[in-house]
Design a binder for this molecule. Structure first.
Ligand code: ZN
Length: 464
């Protein structure tokens, strides 16, 4: 029987890399995988020695945080140009974070009319909002919940106090959903910020000194301990320091479900080296730590990092550069550069880049966010989502990017591999030069529900 499409190349499956391999696709699905002579197909793409990776899953994007829901369009367009076929979208949308069913429905509608790639959605709660909404949002298909314990904005990015963290963890445990946390202690950050503002100094170093490792680790530790008493899956979404992963490891060894995510900029930049040239451009929260990079790569090598994300922000250059370091927006664009940057760094640190990418950018996030086995691997029966990476060095240039932001802290960085083709559910959407995907092709991906969660939601529906 003829297949719709065959791709040839170095096929990266969870077990191994098949040099001279092929993937046969029927409709939106991977139908067969092999090596040597490929079966007949209507369309054949021969990528030679290039790696065919599972489509990237970016575990943390903020498409809606500054531009509101229209931000889904440029962010997802940049995603496919960078080999990312699934975005895990944060809930902190402008002007109102995703905390109700009505807001959830509006975001799903926006995904289905604007997105170039598939999208799973985080939900959140407002301060002191009843946990009832968590059941409604779980029923609707959110992949996880996220909160911050440090206020960045009173409504869009508020602080959730400890007793509410505990209540949310209890419901998250019941429903089998991860609860993600932005981990910084508010009192330490606020006190330091007020003190440093008064000095009139403004530099990246000043920003870092306001948000020390102690503030991050103390918030992480409190959350891990609250989670340990509920059995919930605690997911720390920005770990900037090796000690963060070491803390998590101890809880894992005790049998608790904890996972840690790193954003790619923590692996690449060092404020002592790049602070002078990039300044506010690499202002993020928690801040990038001096001297931490090599030890963070070692956490990846040791298998302690669940996923590597871009934390992509659509913030404008004006937002970064007007005013002092205190006014500069925290965040960086990075969804289009994520896979080349990570690939380059893995190779530079002597790791098997293709297989590591298949793990931290596909299999592990797919499992964490309940998208496995449709997403997350090149396997028979999975969606035909692929990122083809060719070992052709290139220099990153945000002027050519598709994110509508047109600046990047990665500008001028030499990458060891480029994304030369992207496929979403069997359709080619990018060929290394031109976007052939269309907005609205992307779908909302509901989290696969466990039997326990289904029973709880059914019981709740019949009691209502
Ligand atoms: Zn973030």
């Amino acid at each position: 029987m003829t297949y719709d499409m065959v791709l040839r190349g170095a096929v990266v499956t969870p077990d191994t890399t098949h040099l001279g391999g092929w993937i046969a696709v029927r409709g939106e699905t991977i139908a067969a995988i092999g090596t040597g002579d490929a079966p007949a197909a209507k369309v054949v793409h021969d990528f030679g020695d290039a790696w065919i990776l599972p489509g990237g899953i970016d575990a943390q994007t903020h498409a809606g945080s500054y531009l509101g829901l229209p931000g889904l369009e440029p962010t997802s367009r940049a995603a496919i140009c960078g080999g990312v076929t699934t975005m895990i979208e944060m809930p902190f949308d402008h002007p109102t974070p995703l905390s109700t069913l009505a807001l959830f429905d509006a975001k799903v509608a926006a995904v289905e009319s604007l997105s170039y790639c598939d999208v799973a959605l985080y939900g959140t709660l407002a301060p002191h909002q009843a946990t009832d909404a968590m059941y409604d949002l779980a029923e609707a298909g959110v992949c996880a919940f996220k909160i911050s314990v440090c206020e960045s904005h009173p409504t869009r990015f508020p602080r959730i106090p400890a007793e509410q963290q505990l209540a949310m963890l209890q419901v998250a445990a019941e429903l089998g959903l991860p609860l993600g946390i932005h981990n910084e202690d508010q009192e330490i950050v606020r006190f330091n910020t007020e003190r440093m503002r008064a000095t009139g100094e403004s530099s990246l170093k000043v920003h870092s000194s306001c948000r020390p490792e102690a503030a991050e680790l103390a918030a992480t530790a409190l959350f891990l301990e609250l989670a340990a008493h509920t059995g919930a899956q605690a997911h720390i979404v920005h770990i900037s320091t090796p000690r963060g992963f070491e803390l998590l490891e101890r809880y894992k060894q005790e049998g608790f479900a904890t996972t840690g995510e790193i954003c790619v900029h923590y692996l690449i930049f060092d404020p002592d080296i790049h602070g002078e040239t990039l300044g506010a451009l690499i202002k993020v929260n928690p801040p990038i730590r001096a001297g931490a990079r090599d030890a963070l790569w070692e956490q990846i090598r040791a298998g302690r990092v669940e996923c590597v994300s871009s934390d992509h922000s659509t913030m404008s250059l004006e937002n970064k550069l007007s005013g002092t370091i205190f006014e500069a927006g925290p965040g960086v664009p990075g969804i289009e550069s994520l896979m080349p940057v990570l690939f380059t760094g893995l190779q530079a640190h002597g790791m098997d880049a293709p297989s590591m990418m298949a793990s931290v950018m596909a299999e592990r996030p797919a499992k964490l966010f309940g998208l496995w086995p449709k997403k997350g691997a090149i396997a028979v029966g999975a969606d035909a989502d692929f990122a083809v990476m060719d070992p052709t060095p290139f220099v990153y240039d945000s002027a050519k990017a598709h994110d509508g932001v047109n600046w990047s802290p990665f500008d001028g960085m030499e990458m060891s591999a480029a994304v030369v083709a992207t496929f979403v559910r069997g359709t080619q959407v990018w060929d290394g030069r031109t976007v052939s995907g269309t907005k609205g092709f992307g779908r909302f991906l509901p989290r696969a529900r466990t039997a326990d969660a289904s029973a709880i939601l059914r019981a709740r529906a019949s009691a209502a």
